[in-house]
Design a protein around this ligand. Structure first.
Ligand code: DCP
Ligand code: MG
Ligand code: MG
Length: 366
């Protein structure tokens, strides 16, 4: 079996970074994004702030009035959640394009507005140096298209990747291969272990367990007697860097897709359309077997220079026919072909906005 390779990406000071990008006059200033309650000026809590504001001790979750005391010069802005979500959606689309094709298991998992896991085992061929290169490419594409930075962790599983991404922030990338796993993990305080909260950390401290190494070397029976069977074994395994949990698509964001390589690099529709039709057929077959409808059609193309482009169409109604899929996919592909000056190498099509089919039949019955 090939060595598993997982990436975790977390955007840097996400909401505040978007505001900085939109308003160049904020450059060099402390920027605090606030969830204002509207009761009075600055009643509410800090959503996030940029790294300049953090130097003053300002943190997510603290009252905005407190942040104001820590730095009266800071610029306070109200959250614009919908706008940030639209930026997030575009970033997730970029990230998704770097994940393994994923025939059987989910290769992508978004865990918050600015974070996602990517399975890149196949793409990296189990090689952590290649995974590092993929991480650099991701950073470059996000920087180029969205003018934002992110931090990336590369690890043999979700737990390690997640912890690695926060090791160097902002704009960092940290690779933790199985060989340097203990050197990375063991010196950390147990409270830094992803999944351990304040309560558990306190209990562990009372047991004399301070570092992750302490936890890894602790008697599992004693851990089980304190925390119960499943939590106790989890603690022991996590401290050893063991985590087999699979990536899981968010409810409602699941997609079904197929991607394949063209017989030769080309921009000739006559050569590309037959492949597109085959892919669409496979997608529809999968959709039928699970009795789903789709509303979003996404086409991905990878050109001779290995650059990936992705574009989607959202339909007015949920549908499930191959014709509907092909019509939308052909339209998007046509745009790519007319805009591209480089031959295409690979083509992919996928559907999203999936729903269980229900009631379609009855429409015609009555
Ligand atoms: N967020 C929020 N309230 C919190 C924490 C976060 O509204 N208590 C929002 C604002 C953040 C976004 O979620 O921009 C992402 O959260 P992160 O924890 O990833 O924090 P940032 O991206 O802001 O900073 P960092 O560079 O530390 O990742
Ligand atoms: Mg972040
Ligand atoms: Mg985050």
């Amino acid at each position: 079996m090939m060595q598993r390779v997982i990436l975790h990406i977390d955007m840097d000071y996400f909401y505040a970074a978007i505001e900085e990008r939109e308003k160049p006059e904020l450059r060099g200033k402390a920027v605090v994004v606030c969830m204002l309650s509207g009761r009075s000026e600055l009643s509410g809590s800090v959503s996030t702030c940029n790294y300049i504001a953090r130097e003053f001790g300002i943190r997510s979750g603290m009252p905005c009035s407190r942040a104001k005391k820590l730095n009266p010069e800071a610029v306070f802005l109200p959250v614009r959640k919908e706008f940030y979500t639209s930026v997030s959606n575009r970033i997730m689309e970029i990230l998704r394009s770097y994940a393994d094709p994923g025939e059987n298991e989910d290769p992508f998992e978004q865990i918050s507005v600015d974070e996602a896991f990517l399975e890149v085992t196949d793409r990296a061929g189990g090689d952590f140096n290649l995974a590092f290169d993929i991480g650099i490419q991701i950073k470059r594409e996000i920087k180029e298209k969205e003018k934002l930075t992110c931090s990336i962790g590369v690890g043999p599983n979700k737990l390690i990747a997640k912890m690695a991404s926060s090791a160097k922030k902002p704009d960092g990338i940290t690779v933790v291969s199985p060989e340097n796993l203990e050197a990375f993990l063991w010196p950390l305080k147990v409270s830094k272990l992803w999944g351990i909260g304040d309560v558990t950390a306190k209990k562990l401290q009372e047991m004399g367990i301070v570092t992750v190494k302490d936890l890894a070397e602790h008697d599992v029976i004693e851990l089980i007697s304190t925390f119960g069977k499943s939590r106790g074994t989890w603690l022991k395994q996590a401290a050893s860097g063991i985590d087999d949990s699979p990536l899981k698509e968010r409810e409602g964001s699941e997609q079904i897709g197929r991607i394949a390589t063209l017989p030769e690099d080309t921009l000739d529709q006559g050569l590309i359309l037959p492949l597109l039709e085959r892919l669409a057929g496979d997608v529809i077959e999968k959709l039928n077997s699970r009795e789903l409808t789709f509303r979003v059609v996404t086409v991905t193309v990878i050109n001779s220079n290995f650059r990936t482009y992705t574009r989607s169409r959202t339909l007015n109604h949920p549908v499930y026919s191959k014709e509907a899929l092909l019509e939308a996919a052909r339209e998007v592909l046509g745009e790519f072909i007319s805009e591209s000056r480089t031959d295409l190498r690979r083509v992919g099509v996928r559907v999203g906005g999936l729903q269980k089919r229900k009631g379609q039949k009855s429409l015609f019955d009555y």
